[in-house]
Design a protein around this ligand. Structure first.
Ligand SMILES: Nc1ncnc2c1ncn2[C@@H]1O[C@H](COP(=O)(O)OP(=O)(O)O)[C@@H](O)[C@H]1O
Ligand SMILES: N[C@@H](CCOP(=O)(O)O)C(=O)O
Length: 324
């Protein structure tokens, strides 16, 4: 199997996980993207092109470089030195799936570089094992809404087209909360009552999303397994979870492990400004600065970009598409 001597470029969406009750099970891709360019080189070099990437390693300990090595191992090819450039609009460590986007983007780019010997399913299994849960990586790989489970050995999923009335408002606090820390506060054991509560709510939420029963979202988007334990880490969250539906949200949840909070909104709602004011006001009162952003579900998962100009830099190619 040969290694492609061209540059490969991939575009991968960030994501929100859980949607409240679907802990480690539901993921939805969002239109916030990470772009990765990868080519072979005489010596490994890693370029981080966007702001906010402080602290990410620029050597062979970088996550994207590391996951590329796993692809080469799995495909049985020699490890080439790599030149990698990365631009990301997905903020780090905020609950919008930056690590999943980096993992999926790194896997997809390395696979394309060696002629795509690995199937999407193989990439999904690898990404799930790396991230330890299938929700964000499933959404970044396949786009749309992904309903998934993982038994520690294999992950399975079904992709669902997001309802076209759904729009997303996120409040992204100006502080980081690592997924590792936000998983650490969860109890190791839960009551049967909490398990039944979440199975019921998550099942009805998925059914509501599949059938367009948006009226069920405010009732179904409730959780007993993780949000109550994570709320002390995110000032304002408790009030937002309790009251956002009184201010125009269809449903509200912690996005992934937080600290970002996410509201699902009917795109024809006349109460968007009211909801923005409620979120911003509640967070300000709790002493939290946050950026609000309207996002759309991303329908495509990771894409290998073939239309880009080889003669231009990654940033020159994508600058019309980035948010910042
Ligand atoms: N583009 C990237 N390149 C290298 N590492 C990354 C990249 N994006 C994320 N990471 C790693 O993932 C970590 C964030 O993951 P995590 O705590 O799960 O938060 P989230 O995935 O919600 O943003 C970062 O601190 C960094 O170690
Ligand atoms: N199901 C996971 C999701 C973590 O998402 P992230 O975007 O915060 O990494 C969890 O809730 O821990």
């Amino acid at each position: 199997m040969g290694i492609n001597s061209d540059k490969v470029r991939v575009k991968v969406p960030g994501s929100t996980a859980n949607l409240g009750p679907g802990f480690d099970t539901l993921g939805m891709a969002l239109d916030l993207f990470t772009w990765i360019e990868m080519s072979t080189a005489a010596e490994t070099r890693i370029h981080l092109l966007s702001d906010g990437m402080d602290g990410l390693p620029q050597d062979k300990t970088n996550l994207i470089y590391e996951v590329a090595q796993l692809v080469f191992d799995k495909a049985g090819v020699q490890h080439p030195e790599l030149e990698i450039s990365m631009y990301s609009d997905v903020p780090l460590t905020r609950g919008l799936g930056s690590s999943a986007a980096a993992i999926v983007g790194g896997l997809a780019a390395a696979n394309a570089l060696i002629g795509s010997p690995l199937s999407d399913d193989t990439l999904f299994q690898m990404a799930t094992a790396l991230e330890d849960h299938p929700d964000n990586v499933g959404a970044s790989l396949f786009g749309g809404l992904v309903v998934a489970f993982w038994d520690g050995n294999r992950a399975e999923y079904i992709r669902v087209e997001p309802n076209e009335q759904l729009e997303v408002l996120v409040a992204i606090p100006h502080f980081q909360l690592s997924t590792e820390k936000a998983r650490h506060v969860l109890p190791r054991e839960q009551s049967l009552a909490n398990a039944v509560f979440n199975v019921g709510h998550s099942s009805v939420l998925v059914a509501a999303l599949c059938t367009g029963r948006l009226d069920m979202i405010p009732l179904a988007m409730k959780d007993a397994l993780h949000q109550p334990y994570r709320a002390p880490l995110v000032p304002g969250l408790e009030q937002i979870l309790a009251e956002a539906t009184d201010h125009g949200a269809l449903g509200v949840a912690l996005s992934g492990a937080g600290p970002t909070m996410l509201a699902l909104v009917d795109r024809s709602s006349s109460r968007k400004a009211e909801l923005e004011g409620f979120l911003q006001g509640t967070l300000q009162a709790a002493g939290i600065e946050a950026t609000l952003m309207w996002l759309q579900p991303a329908l495509s998962g990771v894409q290998v970009l073939t239309h880009l100009d080889e003669g231009c830099t990654l940033f020159e190619n994508i600058k019309g598409d980035v948010r910042a």
